[in-house]
Design a protein around this ligand. Structure first.
Ligand SMILES: C[S@@+](CC[C@H](N)C(=O)[O-])C[C@H]1O[C@@H](n2cnc3c(N)ncnc32)[C@H](O)[C@@H]1O
Length: 277
């Protein structure tokens, strides 16, 4: 019965309400052809509330003004896909060009700061942490900040615990053996890697000027969900958090949106790097 009613077409007004709600809360633009996405992502919340359809859920949101359910709806519409060492060519550019430079420039302070913006469940930040250990920075003062809108994924990142299917994606076996231990059916990262990263909830649309300065910012596979104005504002904010010469890495399908006055575009191997002016 429930599964039959869940596929009820979302009424046009409810559809627009959800589009506006998600845009207002997180900045994500959901086009007019995302019926299926709303249906599938919201199904668990509908079930949890013993409702019959997305339309019922919209009525509930209007009537109850329940902040927790509101948040769950918005978080359900974020895409949290991530994996270890995603876009290996970028990690190779970090390993071969950025880290040797920083090793030399910071040999006195031995202090480095990185930011994984839109970190999801933490694989990006922890991949960098493992690479830093491998490259001889274990005794440096390394500070990796991971941030995401979704408190759910931030909690998971903080736990440093990953499922088998997650460690199967992108993580070399040697690093799994070296840095993880079995924890029931999952894998737990060692304290030496975990202590290099901390995670917090931050909406990228808010001012980020006080977060920096960073040597490198990852802002990958999130800009695609925003409109142009939001993208440009975020890029400017990120620029303000970078050291001069610091790197910004974007996702494969993303560009610096013509902000040439802020960043120099550099190609290293097959990776594109945006260097803060
Ligand atoms: C596809 S994941 C990308 C994860 C990682 N950067 C990667 O490339 O593997 C996108 C993440 O962006 C987050 N996100 C979406 N809108 C956001 C916003 N306004 N502020 C902060 N994070 C946001 C989502 O919660 C999600 O975890």
């Amino acid at each position: 019965m429930a599964s039959q009613t869940l596929v009820t077409e979302i009424g046009p007004e409810n559809y627009r309400f959800l589009q506006k709600h998600v845009y207002a809360q997180v900045g994500i633009v959901l086009d007019d052809d995302k019926q299926y996405l709303f249906q599938s992502r919201l199904a668990p919340i509908i079930k949890q509330l013993c409702l019959g359809s997305v339309n019922d859920l919209c009525d509930f949101l209007h009537a109850k003004k329940d902040i927790e359910i509101d948040k769950q709806v918005v978080e359900a519409m974020t895409t949290n896909e991530t994996y270890f060492f995603r876009d290996p060519i970028q990690y190779e550019a970090i390993r071969t060009v950025l880290l040797p430079r920083l090793k030399e420039e910071r040999r006195v302070t031995k202090s480095l700061r990185f930011w994984s913006a839109a970190s999801s469940t933490g694989q990006e930040a922890y991949s960098l942490a493992m690479m830093l250990i491998e490259e001889g920075f274990a005794d440096w003062n390394v500070n990796i900040l991971g941030t995401d809108f979704s408190s759910k994924v931030v909690e998971r990142a903080r736990s440093g615990t990953f499922q088998q299917i997650e460690v199967n994606r992108g993580l070399p076996a040697a690093l799994l053996i070296k840095h993880f231990s079995r924890s029931c059916l999952n894998w737990k990262l060692s304290e030496s890697v975990r202590k290099m990263a901390r995670f917090d909830t931050i909406d990228l649309r808010k001012s980020m000027r006080t977060l920096g300065p960073f040597d490198l910012v990852f802002c990958r596979n999130v800009m695609i969900y925003f409109d142009n104005e939001t993208k440009r504002n975020i890029m400017k904010e990120i620029h303000s958090t970078l050291f001069r010469g610091g790197w910004l890495l974007l996702g494969g399908a993303e560009t610096a949106f013509g902000l040439d006055e802020l960043f120099d575009r550099r190609t290293i191997g097959n990776a594109t790097v945006y260097v803060a002016r």
